[in-house]
Design a protein around this ligand. Structure first.
Ligand code: SF4
Length: 302
């Protein structure tokens, strides 16, 4: 019988990963900001419980992830990257959400599973990883679907080591291929270096693309890239970087996104205060097509 990565580990392996994740949180080094812990964590993480903005059956992920019955997404409150254009800013920047105990969290995951979701999708979960895994340990007999790790692409090496062992599907952002635009647009100023280290680790993990008989994804890497207005050179650099990784053997599908609209601080930023132009997006699409990447290219009007 198929088992997800978390349940393929022994109980003692699961517990040791939970404890390792707990130590990272206690030391305040679970993301590249390395805040050192304490009450005022920049990502907004609370000291007890898990702050969640919503538990939702989601049909907007890539087709083999949402499938027919939807992905069972959990949107966690807070984020370490704090991109100036974040379209989920009330959750990621204002830390909206409700704090659940681990037992309450378990009940909500079980409710999603009862709705026959194809997977459990952890959306921006870094700061709560230890408690999420603690919850998974409690409901391990019910957790019979893939775990999707949906992240900003800037995970520390120590946290990502754990994530790689407990996740089956990665919806992994590559936002910038160099630190210049990262420095302008998010709080993780060395984003490109951190992101590249994660890509190296994904390469070492050698994740296979595996679908079930119905075409629903069980395991695989989807790399997402959102194209921003006036940052087309940066997007082209990202696509060239992905080609380099493909040549080195990284197995992934690409998800190129055009859905940018000015939000949050971007509404007052000269370069970002408009939507994408067709000629901008076309330039990026052309390079993706030149490399013949497998995956999905969002239409400009979607
Ligand atoms: S994820 Fe939050 S708590 Fe952890 S180091 Fe980053 S800012 Fe601090």
């Amino acid at each position: 019988m198929w088992k997800n990565s978390f349940n393929s580990l022994s109980g003692s392996e699961q517990l040791s990963l939970i404890e390792a994740a707990e130590r990272l949180f206690e030391d305040g080094c679970c993301c590249p900001i390395a805040c050192g812990g304490g009450a005022a964590r920049p990502c907004g993480a609370v000291e007890d419980g898990i702050k969640v903005a919503s538990y939702a059956v989601h049909d907007g992920e890539e087709p083999p992830v949402s499938g027919w019955f939807g992905a069972g997404n959990i949107f966690f409150s807070g984020c370490s990257a704090k991109c100036v254009f974040c379209q989920n800013w009330p959750i990621s920047q204002e830390n909206n959400g409700k704090v659940y105990s681990i037992d309450e969290f378990c009940e909500n995951v079980k409710k999603l599973l009862k709705k026959k979701v194809h997977n459990i999708g952890l959306v921006t979960a870094d700061q709560y990883l230890s408690r999420v895994l603690r919850a998974f340990y409690k409901i391990r007999d019910d957790l019979n679907v893939p775990v999707v790790y949906n992240c900003n692409g800037a995970q520390t090496e120590k946290l990502f080591e754990i994530i790689l062992k407990v996740s089956d599907i990665f919806l992994f952002d590559v936002k910038y291929a160099s630190n210049g635009p990262a420095g302008e647009l998010c709080d993780i100023k060395n984003y490109a270096d951190v992101n590249r280290r994660c890509l190296d680790m994904l390469l070492e993990r050698d994740l296979k693309w595996e679908e079930d008989d119905m075409g629903i994804l069980r395991s695989g890497l989807i790399i997402r890239h959102l194209v921003l207005p006036n940052y087309i050179e940066s997007s082209l650099e990202v696509i060239n970087l992905l080609q380099e990784y493909r040549e080195r053997g990284l197995n992934f599908k690409i998800s190129l996104m055009s859905q940018y609209f000015p939000a949050y601080k971007a509404v007052n930023m000269e370069k970002l205060e408009r939507k994408l132009k067709k000629n901008e997006y076309d330039a990026v699409v052309e390079l993706v097509e030149k490399y013949d990447f497998d995956g999905w290219i969002q239409g400009l009007e979607e």
